[in-house]
Design a protein around this ligand. Structure first.
Ligand code: NAP
Ligand code: MG
Length: 472
């Protein structure tokens, strides 16, 4: 028998802080039916009206930001100030697509003969099924809902089971939209999520999550040729060149590796430092890492919160143990913090002397672990960066323009950050190469993912075709 409710646990205290219904396939079906019924009306809604309603959602997210940020910290562990940022970025995404939705245009293309007009239109798919993970549940939903609605689709969203309370609390904000334009169904991925994917009434599945689940979803979608929009895992690299300001670079690496306790898809999970600065860089990284305060994200002084759960912490411990067994050196961290008896905490950890035979350099760790490896020349660094099944983002620290050019031309990743790690910009596409998924969110590219092109060929004179094709 399936559980009727799913309990939500605070990962900092292990206390239950709420529950949501584990909704059945029948309930998913009813939500999809409401979204389908809303689709023709929403599609026909004038662009300026859609834009106004999307701005209203942005304002609603801002008006309730503090309350929602606190819920996010209680259910997901992320420090409060990071969750305030999440709310801010989510609102900004709705504003961006409100603006872009007024600027949508087709395009006239050269026609074959003078009596003809040929043009391209971009049309919505219909009902989008959206599934997101627990690390940024409000933001990653915004990255799907805002462009999907701007493109004229309606959406059924399934939040993650670890952090559904913030999404449920957003229902009131989405209720400013016409009924059925945004539906929320809660429950387990295997039950509720899969029902949404398999439902014949969903036309596109937009998924952010692990490679494993993404592959499973793509297989289900392939059977009915339903489009799967996939944002999957990463193993982002950070290259620090010898010309860098080491103090700044060490802080930048620590931030990119330990933000949200390393549970970011674009977390820095591999660092390559030029051999001439390797020892000094490690010293500075160690000093800064040891100054970070680990604790409950509701405390204002906390820099690094807990991991989301016992299973994620077990994987982190396994990766560190594997690295140490294979000859890595522990620079700092490497254990559960003393004094925090409850909660899924793990100390921010730096490893040196690592190589690509270790799990910590090959598989997604998704925790506060920063393995640092020395390189001799830049070709070697480029080869190491690309030696990964993933290709989400990549970071570089240098002041040399030639090096920057070689990096952005040579690296197989969807986002390249030079001297400023992990900055998202609503106007620029985000997504991965290789096993990171291949889809894009944000920017005009993010809108196009939720539209299909239609080519109209119109001749003002009626013609009959001969049986043979006349063009050669
Ligand atoms: P996950 O296990 O793949 O879960 C993601 C979502 O999929 C959750 O809502 C989950 O529901 C649902 N789900 C699980 N099994 C399903 C199934 N059989 N059918 C339909 N839905 C299903 O991911 P996670 O471990 O929670 O999240 C971390 C992963 O997300 C990492 O790999 C990270 O890199 C990736 N990520 C990628 C991006 C990006 O933009 N590329 C951004 C953030 C995170 P339940 O919660 O109910 O299981
Ligand atoms: Mg999971």
């Amino acid at each position: 028998m399936k559980a009727q409710k799913i309990a939500v646990r605070n990962p900092a205290t292990e206390e239950i802080v709420g529950e949501v219904p584990n909704q059945s396939p029948q309930e998913v079906s009813a939500a999809v039916a409401r979204a389908r019924a809303a689709f023709p009306l929403w599609r026909a809604t004038p662009a300026h009206e859609k834009a106004r309603l999307l701005h209203d959602v942005a304002q609603g997210l801002r008006d309730h930001a503090e309350k929602l940020a606190r819920i996010l910290t209680r259910e997901g562990g992320k420090p409060l100030r990071e969750n305030r940022d999440e709310m801010d970025w989510s609102a900004s995404c709705f504003d961006y697509y409100a603006g872009i939705c007024r600027q949508q245009r087709g395009r006239v293309i050269p026609s074959i003969e003078p009596s003809q007009l040929a043009f391209i239109l971009h049309e919505p798919y219909g009902v989008v099924g959206a599934i997101v993970p627990w690390n940024y549940p409000i933001l990653l939903a915004a990255w799907k809902i805002a462009p999907a609605l701007a493109a004229g689709n309606t959406v059924v969203l399934k939040p993650p089971q670890q952090t559904p309370l913030s999404t449920v609390a957003c229902r009131a904000i989405y209720s400013g939209l016409p009924l059925g334009v945004v539906e929320i169904v809660t429950g387990a991925g295997r039950l509720t999520g899969e029902a949404l994917i398999r439902h014949p009434g969903t036309d596109l599945i937009a998924f952010t999550g692990s490679l494993e689940v993404g592959r499973h979803i793509a297989e289900i979608c392939a059977r009915t040729v339903k489009k799967a929009h996939l944002e999957l895992g990463g193993k982002d690299a950070f290259v620090v060149c010898a010309d860098s300001d080491l103090g700044v670079a060490a802080k930048a690496v620590a931030w990119a590796a330990f933000l949200n306790a390393g549970q970011v898809c674009t977390s820095t999970e591999r660092v390559y430092v030029h051999s001439s600065i390797y020892a000094e860089f490690l010293e500075r990284l160690k000093a800064f890492t040891e100054s970070l305060v680990v604790g409950d994200g509701l405390r204002p002084k906390t820099d690094v919160g807990p991991l989301i759960g016992a299973e994620v912490r077990r994987k982190v411990e396994e990766h560190v143990a594997d690295a140490l067994r294979r000859g890595a050196r522990l620079v700092c961290g490497g254990k559960r913090p003393k004094g925090l008896k409850r909660g899924f905490f793990y100390e921010p950890t730096v490893l040196a002397g690592v190589d690509h035979g270790m799990k910590v350099m090959r598989e997604e760790t998704f925790g506060p672990v920063c393995p640092v490896m020395a390189y001799e020349d830049f070709d070697e660094a480029l080869r190491l960066v690309n030696d990964s099944p993933y290709g989400l983002g990549a970071n570089l620290y240098t002041r040399d323009a030639q090096t920057v050019k070689r990096f952005f031309e040579g690296v197989q990743a969807g986002t390249i950050w030079v001297n400023d790690p992990l900055t998202d910009n609503d106007a620029g596409p985000f997504g991965g190469f290789k096993a990171s998924g291949g889809s894009r969110e944000l920017g005009e590219e993010g809108l196009r993912e939720f539209q299909q092109a239609k080519h109209v060929h119109w001749d003002f004179e009626q013609k009959a075709k001969p049986w043979w094709y006349p063009y050669g």
